[in-house]
Design a protein around this ligand. Sequence first.
Ligand code: FES
Length: 125
Amino acid sequence: MALYSEKVMDHFRNPRNVGVIEDANGIGEVGNAKCGDIMKMYLKIEDDIIKDVKFETFGCGSAIASSSMATELIKGKPVADAMKLTNEAVAEALDGLPDYKMHCSVLAEEAIKSALDDYHKRNGQ
Ligand code: FES
């Protein structure tokens, strides 16, 4: 069996939602101290819906694929749904990641949670 699923390779080669949202109202940045990879998430939230989401990831292929898939999973969804996104759900949507690459999907979950925290803080919650 190939090390990476076709979905991982697809999202690594053609990542969705890469970039910056200039007027984002939730921004989160997280890093993994061990591998040094960094992920930044931008959210544009209106009426409690994730209208737009973009990311910048300086990291491995699995981290790029995980961020890409995570943005696809929360785009257009209510904030409450995005809060519940787990790294397991991201990895599952990618048809799996090798065990030693699961921490890359954790980075995606944490980046989204951090951006949502920022959104809540800006709104005094
Ligand atoms: Fe660190 Fe993938 S190796 S995020």
